[in-house]
Design a protein around this ligand. Structure first.
Ligand code: ZN
Length: 595
């Protein structure tokens, strides 16, 4: 049996050219011809990204001499057969994608997901491995530190010290690619939640009030840990934050998360109440943290062993992303960071957003989950008419189901119990969740037949029965118009010219024959841009007919637009003034965790 581990040496070899060099040593290559492959996607982001496209050069050596590597497909290579000594493969990989999904390197910092840099040694995925994270050339090597939850290779010569360059280790390739790495001059803060060390590493210029952030995040993390039961399933946790002027994103990992946020989303010294931007950032942190249980450990069956070469289909993203979306904001109100009213405002917005998505009548969340790879992750101008978000509707299914369970069981059972059961039965055992399991668990816990609710909410395209489910909580749901401006049914692209992003199906613009990418230049003979288009419409009544001039490609066209009544798609949630004891008790359990 092989005793020496696989070893990857990762060097930010040329930050100005955005090049990492990755040297992989395979001590015992497959004598039939060792195959090596780079993943086509990264778990958590359901799109084929073909990371191998960033490999600039790739060469192999054995016994100090070059040995051929034959490329087999877009991301797989095979070494020569019959090698009887360690195989060393060296790749230079371009890293200039400022996102949480791949790799980025310049003179200010380096960030990488090992799935973008480290070739998989086919047939040896379960072998332990060492990762030597090397410093950049020149003066930077003295000031840069490393943030990652990859364990330090203690007891090995060259082992990394805490936040240092040097040797780290992983038990398998699957573990390796679940630990992103940041290197540079980040700011570091830490806090303890339920006895576990949590760190926040912030890259990019910022004026963050670190004490405030650590204090607020601690409350969020403690709430999540207590929901599933202490201790959490990791020895430490790292929030890796990149603060930018433009951008947004988050990707979950087993003991860390990579986040991209606006620097103004971070709390500034002297900030009083939580701003909406900061509330959004805390919600993002809460979301990725909840994933440490829901999707990183409680997994849909097809994710138990990822196939990194192609799409991994599941119909359950509505539960893994949707329930996570539900709990991200719920944790904020339960942890006392936002008020009950602020929480209801968030849900109002979610319900309004779903009501403004015509695609909810075309695609179920089960279909949306399954087709995430080609539809949700590859949206175009027609997406609002054709698809529904499994985040948005999945979160509202969680809301409806939570209220239903609380009402039917008189507050005895809630979605919290479903999550805890999923954790014990699937998260702790490593068994995958099947398509029916969530319903079966909720039924077993509550004694309620939920076939109809799930058929309608998950498999169906009809409206969710949210008003009915919220009523027992003492919350009434009504829809009103967002403004008195008659509707044209157009969404414009951001920016000055009135360029159409989407024409909503069934709208006046649809009837007029206007299309996405048309640029409207005049309304009733007067020049308009995106802003003045709405202002001019506001001076009209529903039923008024307007002459629209627009360019489609370079051809000037004229359309006749008959404005419609504004849609009643603005949700309003109000807490019933009646002080019914039962509703108050159920609502307290729901929003404050009181039993
Ligand atoms: Zn998520």
């Amino acid at each position: 049996m092989p005793t020496s581990p696989l070893c990857y040496t990762i060097t930010p070899v040329d930050p100005h050219a955005h090049l990492f060099e990755v040297r992989l040593t395979v001590p015992h290559p497959d004598p039939a011809g060792q195959q090596l492959a780079l993943p086509a996607w990264i778990p958590g982001s359901y799109m084929i990204r073909e990371f191998s496209r960033n490999i600039v050069t790739l060469r192999a050596e054995c016994k100090g001499k070059p040995t051929p590597l034959k490329q087999q497909d877009k991301h797989t290579w095979q070494a020569a057969a019959g090698l009887d000594a360690p195989l060393t493969v060296t790749a230079q990989i371009y890293a200039w994608d400022l996102s949480v999904r791949s790799a980025h390197l310049d003179a200010t910092h380096g960030f990488f997901n090992p799935s973008s840099l480290c070739l998989r040694v086919i047939g040896q995925e379960g072998a332990p491995l060492l990762v030597d994270i090397a410093p950049p050339p020149g003066a930077q090597s003295k000031t840069w530190r490393v943030a990652t939850t990859l364990p330090q290779a203690r007891g090995v010569r060259g082992a990394a010290k805490r936040h240092g360059f040097g040797l780290y280790r992983a038990q398998s390739y699957d573990e390796l690619i679940d630990h992103p790495v940041e290197m540079g001059t980040f700011t570091l803060a830490s806090f303890e939640a339920c006895g576990v060390t949590h760190e926040i590493a912030i890259t990019g210029q910022h004026d963050c009030d670190l004490n405030r952030l650590a204090d607020d995040l601690r409350k969020v993390c403690e709430w999540h840990i207590q929901l599933f039961g202490a201790p959490p399933p990791f020895e430490r946790y790292l929030f890796m934050v990149t603060a930018v002027g433009e951008g947004y994103g988050g990707l979950e990992h087993r003991s860390s998360t990579a986040l991209l946020c606006l620097r103004d989303d971070l709390p500034h010294p002297g900030m009083g109440a939580i701003s909406e931007a900061y509330r959004g950032f805390l919600g993002l942190c809460s979301h990725e943290y909840f994933h440490a249980w829901n999707v990183k450990r409680i997994k849909p069956a097809p994710f138990v062993t990822y196939d990194l070469t192609q799409e991994n289909y599941t119909s359950l993203l509505w539960a893994f992303e949707g329930f996570t979306s539900y709990y991200d904001d719920l944790a904020l109100v339960r942890a006392g960071l936002i008020s009950e009213r602020e929480y209801l405002d968030i849900q109002q917005k979610n319900i309004s957003n779903l009501a403004r998505t015509p695609g909810r009548h075309k695609q179920s969340v089960a279909q949306s989950s399954f087709n995430a790879w080609t539809k949700y992750y590859r949206q175009d101008e027609n997406s609002p008419n054709a698809i529904v978000s499994y985040y948005l509707k999945g979160g509202l299914i969680a809301l409806g189901l939570d209220c239903l369970l609380r009402d039917a069981s008189h507050g005895r059972v809630s979605l919290d119990d479903v999550m805890r059961t999923l954790w014990v039965r699937f998260g702790q055992t490593g068994q995958g969740v099947g398509d029916e399991d969530i319903r079966l668990i909720a039924e077993a816990l509550s004694g309620v037949d939920l076939k109809r609710f799930f058929a309608q909410a998950v498999e169906g395209c009809k409206e969710l029965p949210l008003a009915e489910k919220l009523a027992p909580m003492g919350v009434s749901l009504a829809f009103k118009t967002a403004s008195s401006t008659p509707s044209a049914g157009i969404k414009f692209s951001p920016g000055e010219p009135a360029r159409i992003a989407t024409v909503f199906e069934g709208s006046p613009a649809h009837a007029a024959g206007l299309s996405a990418h048309d640029v409207i230049i005049a309304l009733d003979g007067l020049k308009v841009n995106a802003e003045s288009f709405a202002k001019r419409c506001a001076r009209h009544q529903p039923g008024d007919v307007l002459r629209v001039h627009a360019f489609r490609r370079d051809e000037l066209m004229q359309f006749t637009l008959r404005l419609a009544e504004p849609a009643k798609d603005q949700c309003e949630l109000t807490v019933s003034p009646k002080r019914a004891a039962r509703a108050q008790r159920l609502r307290a359990g729901w929003l404050h965790g009181a039993s």
